[in-house]
Design a protein. Sequence first.
Length: 193
Amino acid sequence: MSTYSDTPLEDLTVEFGTRPKAPALPGVTEDHRRQGRKLAAIHRMHLMDMARIAAMLRRIEAGTAGPETLTEAVQGLDLTENMRSFGSLCGRECKVLNFHHDAEEFSMFPQLEAQQVEGLTALVARLRAEHEVVHELLHRLERAAMALMFETSEERFVEAQAIFWKLEEVIRSHFGYEETQLEEAIGVFLEGI
C-alpha cells in the first residue's frame, strides 16, 4: 500500500521540502553530459504518452469521445506499466520490469549509490521517494478512469481530469529534476544509459 494513499490530491507533490542538488563531480566532460542526457530522451517517450492522455481528456470534454477511451488509454501506457512493475512499492517481485524502471530502480540507482559520493545518495533517495508519488497518482488515475467508464458523469470526469493534470505536473517536475541532477553522474559513473 502506498504511503500516500490517504493524501489529498492537492498535497501530492514532488516539490516538498528542499530537493538535494547533485554534488560537483571532478573531471566532467561534455561527453559525460551528453551520455547523461539520454535519460531525457527516454523521458520524452513517457511525456508523449501524457500528451495522448491530455488529448483524450480534451476530446471527452468536447464530446467527441466516450469515457471508455480514457480507461483504455491509461491502462495501455508504458508509464502505467512501469509504475505497476515497481516491485518495492507493490511489496512483491514483479515478473516483468519495464526498461525504464529496471534501469532506474534496479540498476542505475544502486550503481550511483555504490559510488558513495556525498550528496548523490541523498539525491537518489529523493528520486525514489518521488517515484512513490508518481505511482500513487497513476493508481488514482487508473481508478478514476475505470469509475468514469462505469458512471459517466460530470463529477467523475472532473475527478479524472484533476488527477491527470496533477500527474502531468508531478511527472514534468520529477523528470526535469532527475534529468538535470543526474546528467553528469550518469555520464561519469555509468558511462551513459
